[in-house]
Design a protein around this ligand. Structure first.
Ligand SMILES: [Zn+2]
Ligand SMILES: [Zn+2]
Length: 570
């Protein structure tokens, strides 16, 4: 008989899906096995070959485990909030809800035609209000535990699309979508305090079974460095500049300082600054650049010397010139750096350009010619009480000295910043917060969740770059959950990473309307035994979801400290 895929495959697929043979059994007698793949974004074009590739390896593992006698949970769902759907909806004048439903139907059909052995009875959709109710619930818990806060920051804004863009979406200062020049806009935005979990996110990696490369990527992303925070005084002033450095041993080689154009010192000491006009110009230019341009693109690390302000070297008391340069970012470390031109290429070039002194403090190079940067080891010179010590001992000795003389302290710094948790668009989870004139920011009562998206026709953000929800009076006006007076709803929505930060928990109990998932079911199925996904998600998504999971563990919602036992990348 000739193999006819149209009839034979259909016949058996129908048999599989009708007989529920891929359904996982809660509390089954057999040993459990939880295999997880990254759920797709249901785009209008349907599945592509990349999806098939991404799901096939664990498809094979799941089928093998079933044959080996395991009770296998191999679920699928849809990560369906986000811009592509919203933009398509705006273009075609169809509601994003409708677009999403259509796309999910297409995807589900295609997944079944490919013969995947997913448990379709546990399908989740992050845009379903019964799902995002719990995404909002988690946000409320984060808020109540002081892990969600608002903070003024500058954001990349496209005046044409009227949308706040990430650094990745605004490279070269142009909007990714329309090519318009991006401007910098000051805005109050939501953050999640992921930095509070930095240490635990690092520690949890020890138990994760994974390729060394995956661990390294996460470690680098978190970017822990140990060093010292050192205080530099300002001449004829009570102000000071704090600097974080991993190399306090090179302090005697520091000959000038560089601060970010947004540094608060500039405001505090403004009446002393003699070249205020030039400074204003410089700040204005810097404000138009994106972070990416300031830190990555810019080859020429120029800066503006502050006239009228000098720093004091904490050990020698010598006066040091202070420069303002836009490659120093206020959000990283302290927004100020001590320059050590003898041992840093950028500082060396800078010192040469501005005729500043260059001091060798670690022996071995020729600083007449170039910076000597091979300083992981080495011996200290020109450094008073550190002379003759090797680098490691010198670091310890310097920290001791700083602490003893109240000039600084031992400090840890992380490259990872708090998670900017907001979008000013319609198609996302509404942030469940109410702004009350008397009570401030108040979380929506848990029994009033979900805060659902109003059914509207116009999804365009307004001129201020506020979410379209801000234009909906009936959505905005509400009462304060605390005092009952008139109040306004938050109109920002959550970023796309929200729903995917806990979806693997919902698969375990997808229809629960009392809690995000039953604790005993979680206890039965967790941890995820094997999670396979894209290398590009190893940092953000995997770290974000580990953070939420660790937090949910802390408040007693999940029984395990970490979500995943093993993570691989296809
Ligand atoms: Zn644009
Ligand atoms: Zn109130």
């Amino acid at each position: 008989m000739k193999y006819n895929p149209k009839t034979i495959e259909k016949k058996w697929q129908k048999h599989w899906y009708d007989s529920d043979c891929f359904e996982a059994k809660d509390f089954g007698e057999k040993p459990k096995y939880y295999a997880l793949v990254e759920f797709p974004y249901p785009s209008g074009t349907g599945m592509h070959v990349g999806h098939i590739r991404a799901y096939t390896s664990l498809e094979v593992v799941s089928r093998k485990r079933r044959m080996e006698g395991y009770n296998v949970l191999f679920p699928i769902g849809f990560d369906a909030f986000g811009l592509p759907t919203e933009n398509y909806a705006m273009q075609e004048k169809i509601h994003p809800r409708k677009v999403t439903d259509q796309n999910i139907e297409i995807f589900t059909d295609q997944l079944k035609r490919a013969g995947f052995s997913f448990d379709f009875s546990r399908m989740v959709d992050t845009t379903d209000k019964d799902y995002y109710k719990w995404t909002q619930w988690i946000f409320v818990q984060l808020f109540k535990n002081n892990l969600a806060y608002r903070h003024k920051t500058t954001v990349n804004f496209c005046p044409d699309c009227k949308v706040v863009l990430s650094n990745e979406e605004s490279q070269g200062g142009k909007c990714d979508r329309c090519g318009e020049s991006v401007v910098q806009k000051e805005k109050d935005v939501w953050f999640l305090k992921i930095t509070e979990y930095a240490e635990r996110l690092l520690k949890g990696l020890e138990e994760l079974e994974t390729l060394p490369r995956i661990k390294t990527e996460q470690k680098n992303w978190i970017g822990k460095s140990i060093g010292a925070e050192i205080r530099f005084g300002i001449a004829d002033s009570n102000e000071s500049l704090n600097v974080f450095t991993t190399r306090p041993d090179t302090l005697f080689g520091s000959t000038f300082m560089v601060i970010a154009p947004e540094h608060p010192l500039l405001e505090k000491e403004s009446d002393k600054i003699e070249n205020a006009k030039a400074l204003k110009e410089y700040q204005k230019r810097a404000a138009q650049k994106t972070e990416f341009e300031r830190t990555e693109l810019q080859k020429d690390k120029s800066g503006l010397k502050l006239e009228g302000i000098e720093a004091l070297h904490p050990l020698t008391g010598e006066k040091m010139p202070v420069f303002v340069a836009d490659y120093v970012m206020m959000d990283y470390g302290t927004g100020a750096i001590m320059a050590v031109p003898g041992h840093d290429e950028r500082d060396y070039e800078f010192a040469k350009t501005h005729g500043l002194s260059i001091v060798e403090v670690i022996e071995g190079g020729d600083i007449e010619k170039e910076a000597f940067t091979d300083v992981e080891t080495g011996t200290l010179v020109n450094s008073d009480f550190l002379n003759g010590l090797d680098v490691q001992d010198a670091i310890d000795a310097m920290i001791d000295h700083l602490v003893k003389h109240d000039l600084g302290k031992k400090a840890v710094n992380y490259k990872m910043k708090d998670w900017a948790f907001n979008r000013q668009r319609y198609w996302g989870e509404p942030i469940p917060i109410v702004h009350c004139e008397d009570c401030g920011m108040v979380a929506v009562d848990e029994e009033d969740l979900p805060v659902t998206l109003p059914d509207i026709e116009d999804f365009a953000p307004n001129e201020e770059g506020e979410s379209p929800l801000a234009n909906i009076e009936s959505f905005v006006h509400t009462t304060c959950p605390k005092c009952g007076r008139n109040a306004k709803r938050e109109t920002d929505t959550m970023p796309q990473w929200a729903g995917s930060s806990w979806y693997f928990l919902r698969y375990i109990d997808p229809n629960n309307d009392k809690e995000l998932a039953n604790y005993h079911k979680l206890k039965y199925w967790l941890n995820v035994d094997w999670y396979n996904g894209g290398m590009e998600h190893v940092t953000r998504h995997v770290i974000y979801s580990r953070f939420w999971h660790q937090f949910l563990y802390d408040i007693g919602v999940v029984p395990t400290k970490e979500p995943y036992k093993k993570r691989t990348a296809q």
